[in-house]
Design a binder for this molecule. Structure first.
Ligand SMILES: [Zn+2]
Ligand SMILES: [Zn+2]
Length: 277
C-alpha cells in the first residue's frame, strides 16, 4: 500500500559547522530512505569571527545557503529540502541577531538554542550548579520571548553539562515557570532525539517536561539534531509513540517560518525502517 510521506526531520548540520559530517544531499538520501517528506538543514547561525570555533563565519553564509539550495535542486520532486538555521541565543545580542536574520531571504526555519559551550559557561556561570541550571532555563525562556525564533531547541540540554549534579525534581518549579512563559509566546518547542544518542539516553526534553508541555499545549517539532546522515530520523518511531503516550495527537513543522500540524498516527505509519534502523 502506498503511504504518503508527511514527516520532516527539522534539525541537522553540515560540514560547514566544523563538527558534523555529510553533505545536505546525503542527509536528504537518508531521509528519503526513512520515508520522510523532507528535511530542514539547520547549520549554526554565524556569529562574529572567532566567537566560537565550531561555527561557520559570517562570510560563509552565502556558501551555506547555496549548499542547501544545491541539495534542494538535486532532490526536487522526491524530498523537500529546506533552509534553516540554528541560532545561539545570547542575552544582549537580540537586536543584532534580528538584524542578521532579516537579511537572509527564503529562510524556512530558525531554532533558538542556548548551548552550554565554554564561552557561555565562562560568561554566565557562577560556582553554584543549581543556580547555573536555573539560569539556563531562564535564558531558554528569554530566547522564546525575543520572538526571533520558531522553536526553542533542546530545552534541557544543560543536563548533559551538569550530569553529576542533575536532579530534575529540584528544578521543576523553574522548568514549569519556563514552560508557562514559552506557552504564552505561542511558539513551539523542539523534541530532540539527540539526547537518546548521548550519555543520559534521554530525550531533550525529558518525558516529564514533555508532559508539562502537553498540559500547556505547547506545539512540539520533532528532530534528530543529526551530525551524520545516519542520525536522520533517529528513534523517531519510539519518540512519536511517547508523544502519543503523553497526550499529543500532532507534532509540528515550520516551513516558510509558518507552523503546520502533522498527525502523529499518520506520521508513525509513514516511517520506513532502514538497515541501520
Ligand atoms: Zn544545538
Ligand atoms: Zn544542532
Amino acid at each position: 500500500m502506498h503511504i504518503e510521506r508527511i514527516l520532516y526531520d527539522t534539525h541537522m548540520h553540515t560540514p560547514m559547522c566544523l563538527h558534523a559530517d555529510g553533505e545536505p544531499e546525503e542527509y536528504a538520501a537518508a531521509a528519503y530512505a526513512r520515508g520522510l517528506k523532507g528535511i530542514v538543514i539547520t547549520g549554526h547561525f554565524p556569529f562574529p569571527k572567532n566567537w566560537n570555533p565550531l561555527r561557520m563565519n559570517e562570510d560563509q553564509l552565502p556558501a551555506y545557503v547555496a549548499r542547501v539550495g544545491r541539495a534542494r535542486d538535486a532532490w526536487r520532486n522526491r524530498l523537500d529540502v529546506r533552509l534553516g538555521l540554528e541560532c545561539d541565543y545570547w542575552p544582549g545580542l537580540e537586536s543584532w541577531i534580528g538584524g542578521q536574520l532579516a537579511r537572509i531571504p527564503d529562510l524556512d526555519y530558525v531554532l533558538g538554542s542556548v548551548h552550554p559551550i565554554p564561552r557561555y559557561i565562562e560568561r554566565f556561570w557562577t560556582g553554584d550548579v543549581l543556580a547555573n541550571q536555573r539560569l539556563y532555563f531562564e535564558h531558554a525562556r528569554m530566547a522564546a520571548e525575543t520572538g526571533l525564533f520558531d522553536t526553542v531547541a533542546h530545552l534541557d540540554m544543560v543536563k548533559i553539562m551538569t550530569r553529576k549534579n542533575w536532579d530534575q525534581t529540584r528544578l521543576m518549579d523553574a522548568i514549569r515557570q519556563t514552560l508557562d512563559r514559552i506557552a504564552a509566546t505561542r511558539m513551539a518547542m523542539e523534541v530532540s532525539t539527540a539526547g537518546l544518542r548521548t550519555g543520559m539516553k534521554e530525550l531533550y526534553p525529558s518525558t516529564e517536561i514533555l508532559r508539562e508541555a502537553k498540559a500547556r499545549d505547547i506545539p512540539l517539532v520533532l528532530a534528530s539534531d543529526a551530525h551524520k546522515p545516519e542520525h536522520v530520523a533517529f528513534k523517531f518511531e519510539e519518540t512519536l509513540d511517547l508523544l502519543q503516550d503523553v497526550g499529543y495527537t500532532h507534532t509540528a513543522v515550520c516551513l516558510n517560518r509558518k507552523r503546520h500540524a502533522v498527525p502523529i498516527a499518520l506520521a508513525r505509519r509513514s516511517l520506513r525502517a532502514t538497515a541501520s534502523g
